[in-house]
Ligand binder design. Structure first.
Ligand code: 13P
Length: 248
């Protein structure tokens, strides 16, 4: 299999105040001193995107955690893709399971956000993943394939983007699928990308997310079809996140 550059992205979720930029500065300094073998991204809360990209934008790609599907308008409390880009974001996480669950985001909503992100020049990271009940019912591949069919937009043809497979039951729990389970879903994600986008679906990195830590990163990152990681809790501390980045 070809060796492409892996993508390691930290998702800070609703964590991080100005004082926490020190962690990102420490990470940036470490990567400046000894460059990563991977592309490295951090998606802080929207309030920190501009400060983070000014501080470390040359070593770390900064991203948003969501965007609205419309470019502008009367949507109190929402942030558009162009606003994220204007603040310095290069990436945007879309369709995270926490938003699918808490905000009722559907596959069609995610696809519309993908279109908005691409129009604003952002690189979307489209998230999919099954619940524990779906995994236990033997439906993981089917569920993820269905999410892929609905969430991936034709706008991704010829664009830089990534997919993140994040089993809902592995997020923040310390539970991890077996490597065989990860590889089986990643193969299904790749098949869905090729079915939808043709040859343009062959190269996008497919990230694994859910309880990735320095101690388990190497074996996950070297599994077949794993093109990187989307990291929650362990991305909040520079030392832990570096341990994952150095495992590539
Ligand atoms: P944890 O790494 O904390 O399990 O979170 C994963 C995740 O949801 C990243 O988007």
């Amino acid at each position: 299999m070809k060796q492409s550059v892996k993508l390691i992205v930290g998702n800070w979720k609703m964590n991080g105040l100005g004082a926490d930029l020190a962690e990102a500065l420490a990470l940036g300094a470490a990567l400046q001193a000894s460059p990563a073998r991977a592309r490295v991204g951090v998606c802080p809360p929207a309030t920190l995107i501009e400060r983070l990209s000014r501080a470390v934008g040359n070593t770390i790609e900064v991203g948003g955690q969501d965007c609205h599907a419309e470019p502008a308008g009367a949507f109190t409390g929402s942030v558009s893709a162009a606003m994220l880009a204007d603040a310095g974001a290069k990436l945007v996480i879309l369709g995270h399971s926490e938003r699918r669950a808490a905000c009722g985001e559907t596959d069609a909503d995610v696809a519309a956000k993908v279109d908005a992100a691409v129009a604003a020049g952002l690189e979307p990271i489209v998230c999919v993943g099954e619940t524990l009940a779906q995994r236990e019912a033997g439906e993981a591949v089917e569920v993820v394939s269905r999410q892929m069919a609905g969430s991936v937009s034709d706008a991704l043809k010829g664009q830089a983007f990534a997919v993140a497979y994040e089993p809902v039951w592995a997020i923040g729990t310390g539970l991890i699928p077996t490597l065989e389970q990860i590889e089986a879903v990643h193969r299904a994600v790749r098949a869905a990308l090729i079915a939808r986008l043709g040859d343009d679906g062959r190269t996008a990195p497919i990230l694994y997310g859910g309880s990735v830590k320095p101690s388990n990163a190497a074996e996950i990152l070297h599994a077949a079809e794993v093109g990187g990681a989307l990291v929650g809790g362990a991305s909040l501390k520079a030392e832990d996140f570096l341990g994952i980045i150095r495992a590539v």
